[in-house]
Ligand binder design. Structure first.
Ligand code: DAK
Length: 258
């Protein structure tokens, strides 16, 4: 995709890094940016030369939320017609792992975008929260649901009702993010992890991600059955034969993604 206006794309081996690129407004997520982002996720998801995606902003902001100036005059019917909710839902359906590399502000829709990702590496400068309450609304892209599942009811309630920001360290303690590193390293650390995941067998990675996400949508019994079927399915992959043969022959496996 060569005509990106609000994003930058960088490729290194099997890892694609998407950078949100509206620095003048702290990467506020306007509709044009979101449409580009969703289309880019779709295309990277179909591209066999990509195995893991890193999503980042810049040092000052991952994203300070949906673009308030774009919403300020909208009516409920206009918001409904924009149909942004169902578009955001397509990010949830990306099959390849997405790692968020977060520095500075991850607020409102920015925090919700972060929570759509599978793994989060943050800089020690990160400020994470759902401050929508301070502008007369509430989270609209999964904040009340994903935040609550990640950190539990009482902290989610406090964050959503007061708009307070978490520090990176607090977010780590609460289980919202995976790791905090000094600001110079957050992107490098996320890309290192992405490279590590992209050296794993792609079909198993895909089915494992799918099974973990399934746990949010279903009962334990149905989830366990789903997991077991994905496990059995992997016995039809060439990579499973290769992985087990390589273990027995004491050599490094070579993954084909088949
Ligand atoms: N929207 C638009 N512009 C923004 C922005 C935002 N969310 N955040 C910052 N900016 C702009 C500022 O207006 C300013 O622009 P100029 O005045 O220079 O033209 C520039 O970025 C720099 O910001 P500040 O001057 O304010 O910078 P400070 O360092 O002083 O403050 C801040 C940083 C992050 C504390 C502050 O900018 C701030 O409070 N920003 C708003 C944070 C916020 O309330 N976020 C939640 C927005 S509501 C949906 C999906 C999602 C959502 C809704 C619907 N659907 C699927 C339908 C999500 C809603 C939200 O996220």
């Amino acid at each position: 995709m060569s005509d990106l206006k609000n994003l930058l794309l960088h490729r290194n081996g099997f890892v694609a890094t998407i950078q949100l690129n509206r620095p003048q407004v702290l990467n506020a997520l306007n509709m044009e940016l979101m449409d580009e982002l969703i289309a880019l996720f779709d295309s990277l998801d179909k591209d066999a030369s990509v195995r893991c995606i890193v999503l980042t902003g810049n040092e000052k902001a991952f994203a300070a939320g949906a673009d308030i100036k774009e919403m300020a005059n909208a009516t409920a019917v206009e918001m409904l017609a924009r149909d942004q909710f169902s578009k955001w839902d397509r990010i949830r359906k990306v099959k390849k792992p997405i790692i968020a590399a977060v520095s500075g502000f991850a607020l409102g829709g920015g925090c919700e975008l972060m929570m759509h990702c599978d793994i989060v590496i943050a800089s020690d400068t990160a400020k994470i929260g759902q401050p929508e309450i301070n502008i007369g609304v509430m989270p609209g892209a999964g904040g009340t649901q994903r935040m609550t599942r990640a950190v539990g009811k009482v902290l989610a309630m406090e964050l959503v009702l007061t708009g307070r920001f978490l520090t990176a360290e607090e977010a780590l303690q609460a289980g919202l993010i995976n790791k905090v590193v000094p600001v110079e390293f957050y992107l490098e650390e996320a890309q290192k992890l992405a490279k590590e995941i992209s050296n794993r067998p792609p079909v198993a990675v895909r089915l494992a991600k799918e099974a973990v996400l399934k746990s949010f949508d279903t009962t334990m019994e149905i989830g366990l059955e789903f997991e077991r079927k994905n496990f059995y399915l992997l016995f039809s992959s060439e990579d499973m034969r290769e992985g087990m043969a390589a273990f027995i022959e004491k050599r490094k496996p070579e993954w084909k993604g088949k």
